[in-house]
Write a protein that binds this ligand. Structure first.
Ligand code: ZN
Ligand code: ZN
Length: 78
């Protein structure tokens, strides 16, 4: 009867990411990880040049600065 206390080790981190296995104490930390850090998979894609961005702001700036249209789409200047 010595295996009774199991809350002395790593029982603090109970929120684990299913994608990468990282563990966090708070659920908010896990949510933040899932949104911005996990896998660093860019979720915003430019329809014009297929560039991907991890943040919506980056995509908007990419489009607004016409950085994409000048690189992939070589529009003839008339
Ligand atoms: Zn993860
Ligand atoms: Zn683009």
């Amino acid at each position: 009867m010595s295996d009774d206390g199991t809350n002395g080790g790593t029982a603090e981190r109970k929120y684990s990411c299913k994608e990468c296995g990282n563990t966090y104490k708070h659920r908010s930390s896990l949510n933040n990880h899932r949104r911005f850090a996990c896998g660093k998979s860019p979720s915003f894609k430019c329809n014009l040049c297929s560039s991907t961005f991890s943040r919506k702001f980056s995509l908007r700036r990419h489009i607004q600065t016409e950085a994409c249209q000048t690189s992939k789409h070589d529009f003839p200047k008339s």
